[in-house]
Design a protein around this ligand. Structure first.
Ligand code: FRU
Length: 465
């Protein structure tokens, strides 16, 4: 196949499959200088079916190289979402440094299986005693495993209907049920899927807390899927949530942020997140041709406090800075500016001086008048993205949307990652983000900048390499 064959909506600096349908990122891990990203793939068609793990690798989290099929369906079923861990201490007996994958075998039942790789994730051998966990629960899937140092065991988090279950193991093969979490907490308007659980530092204080990621579909704030999370403690047996049960925390307020999970074994203790950039409401209908779906840019996670609560910070990974090409223009305060983004893929940086009653809006527009409007309202403490007139949208009633995020503190720099079919708006401090797909007939190449209430702003634009 020819990956150089680029259709107009194929992103330039976001991960996509070479062809065919893609949903969740799976089995993210880092080893020996390479980031590995597996993904829910249909190698035989452009809609969801035949779930297989595709495989890509990257040195910089931005540019990805295709490595083909990693794990294919078998007698136990198709291969649903899961994770990989690097078994440094050979706890499973497959060899020190073996990469062990966990996934859901989706057959008559959903059961959890494992496979191991002794060539750094290129080829996998399925464990001959699969499945390793079974239960008579219809939605029982998406294992996420990590090493829990204090109890010196592996922990697996599993999505089971509308709760998360925790299992433990010394050898990755035999698993013991520990506990469950979910009833009465957060949003339950959909099925809980794709968990992740990790300890993160809280900014500015010498403290760590645990975050449980719980992707949910439907139930998202603007329809379809979204990523909710819970903050608390995890002692190796039980997750204790510090949020009020009725609280729901969303990681991103756009329509296209789902199945968010982090890399195992990332360097320097980093927690790097990648996310399927689509929505089950219309993912199967988006108007791309040879491929469907991309993943978001990589973001590093941490926690911050605001108004007596703890929230996740989601900041673009530093590798995105290195992917910046030449500036198209810098510090522009013009009310209207037309520019020439070589391929319709660029990053905008908007620096804002916010005033109490200030508003700032930036419209990205093309010659056909298709546009995306990013607005910051200081008094209302909201950041919004309007894609109702962004381009093609007739493939689904659920596509046109105005998405709104709470800002949790003043925003002074916004980073707006524009690729051929997406706009990711992220506060540079990582306190608010909105991820949305767009399908403009030609790239947005005009900016309209409006300030009121004393706000000031300027915009710079960079090509992306
Ligand atoms: C989430 C999900 C997972 C499942 C996979 C199947 O998008 O439904 O729960 O494992 O997709 O492709």
């Amino acid at each position: 196949f020819d990956t150089a064959n680029r259709e107009k909506w194929r992103p330039l600096y976001h991960h996509t499959p070479p062809y065919g349908w893609m949903n969740d990122p799976n089995g993210l891990f880092y080893k020996d200088g390479l980031y590995h990203l597996y993904y829910q793939w249909n190698p035989y068609g452009s809609q969801w079916e035949n779930m297989t793990w595709g495989h890509s690798v990257s040195k910089d989290l931005v540019h990805w190289e295709d490595r083909g099929t990693a794990i294919a369906p078998d007698a136990l079923g198709t291969i649903f979402s899961g994770c990989c861990v690097v078994d440094h201490n050979n706890t499973a007996g497959f060899g020190a440094g073996a990469v062990v994958a966990f996934y859901t075998s989706a057959g008559e039942n959903q059961t959890q299986s494992m496979a191991y790789s002794t060539d750094n994730g290129q080829t996998f051998t399925k464990y001959d005693r699969n499945p390793v966990i079974t239960a008579p629960i219809p939605d029982f899937r998406d294992p996420h495993v990590f090493w829990h140092q204090p109890t010196e065991r592996w922990i697996m988090v599993l999505a089971a209907g509308q709760e998360m279950q925790f299992y433990s193991s010394k050898n990755l093969k035999e698993w013991t049920f520990e506990n469950r979490f979910g009833e009465g907490y957060g949003n339950h308007d959909g099925v809980w899927e794709c968990p992740d659980l990790m300890q993160l530092p809280v900014r500015g204080i010498d403290k760590q807390k645990w975050m449980l990621i719980c992707n949910i579909n439907p139930g998202g704030p603007f329809g379809g899927n979204a990523t909710q999370y819970f903050i608390g403690e995890f002692d190796g047996h039980q997750f204790t949530c510090e949020d009020k049960p009725e609280t729901t925390k969303w990681m991103d307020y756009g329509k296209d942020h789902y199945a968010a999970i982090t890399f195992d074994n990332a360097p320097q203790g980093r927690r790097i997140l990648m996310t399927w950039m689509s929505n089950w409401q219309y993912g199967n209908q988006v108007p791309t041709q040879q491929f469907r779906s991309a993943n978001t840019i990589a973001c590093d996670l941490d926690l911050f406090e605001h108004d007596g609560q703890t929230f996740v910070g989601r900041t673009p990974s530093k590798e995105l800075l290195a992917a910046r090409g030449k500036p198209l223009f810098k510090n522009s305060t013009s009310a209207r500016r037309t520019f020439n983004p070589a391929q319709g893929a660029y990053e905008l940086v908007m620096v804002i001086k916010p005033q109490t009653k200030g508003k700032t809006s930036l419209t990205l527009q093309n010659a056909a008048g298709e546009k995306v409007v990013v607005s910051y309202d200081v008094a209302a403490q909201t950041l919004s993205v309007d894609r109702t007139q962004s381009g093609k949208s007739d493939f689904s009633d659920g596509f046109k949307a105005v998405t709104v995020a709470p800002t949790r503190g003043l925003i002074t720099t916004l980073r707006i990652f524009v690729d051929k079919s997406s706009v990711e708006v992220i506060d540079a401090q990582g306190k608010a983000s909105l991820t949305n797909l767009v399908f403009p007939t030609t790239p947005y190449n005009t900016l309209l900048l409006e300030n009121s209430g004393g706000n000031k702003a300027n915009v710079s634009a960079f090509e992306m390499k």
